[in-house]
Design a protein around this ligand. Structure first.
Ligand code: DGL
Length: 265
């Protein structure tokens, strides 16, 4: 493994492509290998033990690709397995929770932050812990929005249906006086415009952008940024048939997904 090795990124499915997109945009020379565990998505409704087992299998698969850094691009997997995976590997492991928490604290002038995510992420309390570790005076309200993932998977990111779902989940938050809302699920950045309609005065924190920055900082600190001498390689692996991943994923990424294979973990 050296500075020209790939960055490994995994998610329960296609949602992590929002993180992949930001990493690719911020570090155009880096080679990337992405694993979407599409056969077992969603993770967000499963128990912590199951999510942990799945996450370790994904990490092990990517390690075989000689990666120099691992990104857990799934909030649910980060929430329940980041610490264990980090302590079991000898490369840097970056999750999406800490970067999102840091950005939320920075944006919360009135020290009130909301977090939305899957049931597993919210139940884990990982965001509350991460935000309080940065600034214990910040008040945090967490809320699960289970309908958001299937809406995005169906391509319903604008219009009445996602707006009504956002209104139902987030209407009450407008009375809580939050300054910043962490979009604590890979899929939620795609619902940014309807969420902003419901909460017009709240800063929306996209963990994907913050995570890409954290990846760059880590590589820079270790002098492991790609030298830019070789051609970037981007490969995708999925655990179910690639067709749906390609169709929905290309919409997420805004570009073609070419090098993709189905694998068994
Ligand atoms: N990737 C998951 C997350 O960010 C959302 C989809 C799922 O539930 O697996 O929490």
């Amino acid at each position: 493994m050296d500075r020209n090795s790939s960055i490994g990124v995994f998610d329960s499915g296609i949602g992590g492509l929002t993180v992949m997109k930001e990493i690719a945009a911020l570090m155009p020379d880096e080679s990337l290998v992405y694993l979407g565990d599409t056969a077992r998505v969603p993770y967000g409704t499963r128990s912590a033990d199951t999510v942990k087992r799945y996450s370790f299998e994904c990490a092990r698969f990517l390690i075989q690709h000689n990666i120099k850094l691992l990104v857990i691009a799934c909030n649910t997997a980060s929430a329940v397995s980041l610490e264990d995976i980090r302590s079991s590997l000898d490369i840097p492991v970056i999750g999406v929770i800490e970067p999102g928490a840091r950005a939320a604290v920075r944006s919360a002038a009135n020290r009130r932050v909301g977090v939305i995510g899957t049931e597993a992420t919210i139940n884990s309390g990982a965001y509350v812990k991460a935000i309080k570790a940065i600034d214990s005076s910040v008040e945090v309200d967490g809320f699960a929005c289970p309908l958001f993932v299937p809406l995005v998977e169906e391509g319903l990111t604008e219009g009445d249906i996602p707006y009504l779902a956002a209104k139902k989940y987030l209407g009450a938050m407008s009375e809580k006086g939050i300054d910043a809302l962490v979009l604590g699920c890979t899929h939620y950045p795609l619902l940014k415009s309807v969420i902003a309609e419901v909460l017009p005065d709240v800063t929306l924190i996209d963990s994907a952008v913050e995570t890409a920055r954290a990846v760059k900082e880590s590589l820079q600190a270790d002098s492991m940024l790609n030298s830019g001498e070789s051609q970037r390689q981007v490969r995708y692996f999925v655990t179910d048939s690639p067709e749906r991943f390609v169709a929905v994923g290309e919409r997420f990424l805004g570009k073609k997904i070419i090098d993709i294979s189905k694998v068994e973990l």
